[in-house]
Design a protein around this ligand. Structure first.
Ligand code: FES
Length: 258
């Protein structure tokens, strides 16, 4: 969740009126969490380095211009942070509106319904309506390759999980998990703007023919149903699971308990 706390001198700051003391190098987001304050986020997780790409975790800091991302901003002595000002709440809502405008609205039939961070964050920021017209959005335009409209179907080549580019918000959590958790470097982001998407391997590769080792780190990291276990698609989200971590992959395995 944001930049991990570093061991070092203690730093005291104020977040939403609470005095908090954390080690030097701790991110504002993590410091807020230490105080029980939850800052909305999409691209930050505990398992990968903070990247600051989704802009959902913005905060106001007295004496500083702009609204920095709390996941990549380290604490400083005497810092006064506001995580729920009307300004940042408005920004977050606008950011979420853009994400949702680019996302299929099939929650009720989606395998991740009820277990989707995008869905959770839309609720957390109070998003009720999207002002943008459907049909000009990312998930449809992304299917245009060069000048040729070309539907990019889900990649189901991996025996354990699927990749559906239409549901991708390009947060890069999967790419970073592949690199930082597994050290495989099988994934990258290709394209720019509306055409950006996650790519496994080189041109012409799918997940199966890429360097992917099926460790599942990317699936664990995905905040939507873009990368989804086939067992979840076929059987539904398990109501109980066992998670273990072994020296081999360090990711953890989960299975449904009948
Ligand atoms: Fe901080 Fe995404 S969670 S920018």
């Amino acid at each position: 969740m944001g930049t991990p706390a570093k061991t070092g001198a203690a730093v005291t700051l104020t977040i939403d009126g609470f005095d908090i003391t954390v080690p030097e190098g701790t991110s504002v987001m993590r410091a807020a969490a230490e105080a029980g304050i939850s800052v909305p986020k999409l691209c930050a997780t505990d398992s990968v380095e903070a990247f600051g790409s989704c802009r959902l975790c913005v905060v106001e800091i007295e004496g500083r211009r702009g609204t920095p991302a709390s996941c990549t901003t380290p604490v400083a002595p005497g810092m006064v942070v506001h995580t729920q000002s009307s300004k940042v709440r408005k920004i977050r809502k606008g950011v979420m509106e853009l994400y949702i405008s680019d996302h299929p609205l099939d929650c009720l039939t989606c395998a991740a319904n009820g277990d989707c961070e995008l869905q959770d964050m839309a609720g957390a920021v109070g998003l009720r309506d999207v002002r943008y017209e459907p049909g000009r959005n990312h998930f449809e335009q992304r299917a245009v390759v060069g000048d040729n409209p070309e539907y990019i179907p889900a990649d189901c080549s991996n025996p354990y999980f699927t990749y559906d580019p239409q549901k991708c918000i390009v947060c890069s959590r999967c790419v970073r998990a592949c690199e930082e958790v597994q050290g495989t470097f099988a994934l990258t982001i290709e394209g720019r703007g509306f055409d950006s998407r996650v790519k496994a391997g080189m041109a012409g590769d799918d997940f199966l023919s890429s360097d992917c080792v099926s460790c599942g780190a990317c699936v664990q990291a995905c905040p939507t149903a873009t990368l989804q276990e086939k067992s979840v698609i076929e059987l539904g989200t398990p109501d109980r699971s066992v998670v273990t971590t072994c020296a081999y992959c360090g990711v953890g395995c989960s299975f449904k308990a009948e």
